[in-house]
Design a binder for this molecule. Structure first.
Ligand code: ADP
Ligand code: MG
Length: 299
């Protein structure tokens, strides 16, 4: 598989402190690749280094088969970057801003309209940048990052600071937008979001990539098992404890941990345990993060 972005033994030291430590990363062309990590893990430093805003202290970085450092204007045209704290031309309206960005790259103006439409920004097109809502600002930042149809798009916490409704609508947009063959690298600390959006995620912890795989594979490999919640079986606790070793009592019912939900149900039914309203849940990326790093993610 062709690689869009690659880092080998990448170390970045800032002010004597090692921020990235022998980091390895491969991002396949066309993938929607998430980098998840706590606040301070090194996500923004990693992006800055991958795009050539910051020099690697040691190790190598390849971006579209080139070295991004020193800054290469030809390469910059082929990538799009949404910064964590985007800055806009404050005197301009939204559409003027996107046109200004587009003109830097000689993008046809028809394509500006297309991007505004796709990102649900047409209604706000003539609003001054300073008057936009949080969700509109993030979508404007996204429009500005992808209006020139980059081959690789870097999104640094595109949904941070949004209220849950705006976050959800931006996530749906990201998922539904026709990225085509675009490669997307995206950082977040919202793990349920990464689980829904990403083909592949890397867990970045204290400057190192600890694991990289699809969310589903990470969850399966972590052997988190399955939890079955039995809301109607609280009065049968002793019997259920006799059948399974991992049984807990919760406010909503009995919780049974198992590796095989089908066999568990067969056993429960055979023993006359109430299974009406049972809820089966798999592990989540949140659980994987905890099992891999030993900590909850911090924001
Ligand atoms: P994240 O984006 O995952 O929150 P950052 O890459 O912003 O993490 O930061 C990683 C670490 O590097 C933090 O401890 C931060 O304080 C430090 N750091 C980042 N940039 C600088 C800088 N310019 N000067 C000093 N320390 C920095
Ligand atoms: Mg950051």
């Amino acid at each position: 598989m062709a690689t869009a972005v690659c880092a080998r033994e990448l170390t970045v030291t800032i002010g004597g402190k090692r921020i990235l430590k022998d980091l390895n990363l491969d991002v396949e062309k066309g993938a929607f690749h998430g980098i998840i990590g706590s606040n301070g893990a090194g996500k923004t430093t990693l992006f800055d280094t991958l795009v050539g805003f910051r020099k690697a202290t040691s190790g190598t970085v390849r971006l579209l088969d080139s070295n991004p450092w020193p800054r290469n204007p030809q390469l910059l045209r082929r990538i799009g970057i949404q910064h964590q704290s985007p800055a806009f031309f404050t005197k301009m309206t939204l559409v003027e801003h996107v046109r200004a960005v587009a003109s830097i790259f000689d993008v046809p103006s028809a394509y500006v309209d297309e991007v505004l439409e796709a990102l649900n920004l047409t209604a706000a097109a003539h609003t001054r940048c300073t008057k936009l809502s949080g969700g509109e600002r993030q979508r404007l930042a996204l429009a500005s990052a992808l209006v020139h149809r980059p081959e690789v798009l870097f999104l640094d916490e595109p949904t941070a600071g949004l209220d849950p409704a705006a976050r959800k609508s931006l996530v749906e947009l990201l998922r539904d937008t026709e990225f085509g063959t675009m490669t997307v690298l995206y950082t977040t600390h919202y793990l349920e979001e990464a689980e829904r959006l990403c083909d592949v995620v890397s867990i970045l912890d204290q400057g190192r990539v600890l694991v990289t795989d699809s969310p589903r594979s990470l969850i399966t490999k972590a052997h988190l098992g399955t939890t079955v919640l039995l809301p109607g079986a609280l009065h049968q606790e002793q019997q259920v404890r006799g059948l399974f070793s991992g049984v807990e009592k919760g406010a909503d019912g009995l919780l049974v941990r198992t590796d095989d939900a089908a066999s568990a149900f067969a056993l429960l039914t055979h023993n006359g345990i109430e299974t009406a309203g049972a809820v089966v849940s798999q592990g989540t990326l949140e659980d994987v993060f905890f099992s891999v790093t030993g900590r909850e993610i911090s924001r």
